[in-house]
Design a protein around this ligand. Structure first.
Ligand code: PXP
Length: 243
């Protein structure tokens, strides 16, 4: 199976919001990434809309239709406002994440043992609107077993533990934790996505785990793009000044 890349554009939205006009344009970067062959775009609007806004969700739901087979993945905690937007925009996938309103970034998966009853009707409501549902999960097989009963089609494995313990030689213990979680989910008939802190350095090793349907990557793509483009940009400015 070929793993798909969904590019998270929250950081482009954050830059744009810092100046109050549409530069850089989230739709523009989405179009570029899709034209270069990525399978999808991810946005994670938080309740304060400090980076991705609800308006972005509607705009991007139109943009992906210009690229056959492309998908929009909307992530977030299922507040009433969030659900209203997702049910109207109807992205191909919604990844439900158990984060607090002011959390800097997502830092744990769902405790479906405790919150399954809360999630079940939400999952059904999204699916009735034609939206595939994925639950953000830690690599915990007992928790993952319950996801199937809740009716979600996918899980997204929270990969921070893999990323923060990554070494070139491979951290076998942690990698096996993710491998076992993936195999367990696949055996249950769940598809498996993964995301958080994946980057150019650690992604290849993570994908030695077979069967990952999609990786969702944001922060590192933006940092790496800056690192790769900074020198050329500075030199072009100097050239203009020196000329
Ligand atoms: N998955 C979820 C649920 C997230 O909240 C995020 C960050 O917005 C990501 C994936 C992507 O993580 P990163 O920005 O570290 O690539």
């Amino acid at each position: 199976m070929k793993t798909k890349l969904s590019v998270n554009l929250n950081k482009i939205a954050l830059l744009r919001n810092s100046r109050g006009r549409n530069y850089p344009s989230v739709e523009g970067f989405a179009r570029k990434a899709l034209a270069w062959g990525v399978a999808g775009i991810t946005m994670h609007p938080r309740p304060d809309q400090r980076h991705a806004t609800y308006e972005d969700v509607f705009e991007l739901s139109k943009v992906v239709t210009e690229y056959p087979g492309a998908e929009l993945n909307i992530e977030g905690y299922p507040t009433d406002d969030f659900l209203e937007v997702v049910l109207k925009a109807k992205p191909e996938q919604c990844t439900l994440v158990p984060d607090e309103p002011n959390q800097v970034t997502s830092d744990h998966g769902w405790d479906v043992k405790a919150q399954g009853e809360f999630l079940k009707p939400i999952i059904t409501q999204l699916q009735d609107a034609g939206v595939r549902v994925s639950l953000f999960m830690d690599p915990d097989v007992d928790q993952i077993s319950i996801v199937k009963d809740l009716g979600a089609e996918r899980i997204e494995l929270y990969t921070e533990e893999f990323a923060s313990t990554y070494s070139d030689a491979g951290n076998t213990e942690v990698l096996n934790l993710y491998r076992k979680a993936t195999e367990h989910a696949l055996n249950l008939g769940l598809d498996v996505n993964a995301g958080h802190d994946l980057n150019l350095e650690n992604l290849g090793q993570f994908l030695t785990i077979e069967g990952i349907a999609e990786v969702s990557i944001g922060h590192a793509i933006i940092v790496e793009s800056l690192e790769m483009g900074f020198e050329s940009t500075i030199k072009q400015y100097l050239q203009i000044i020196n000329d």
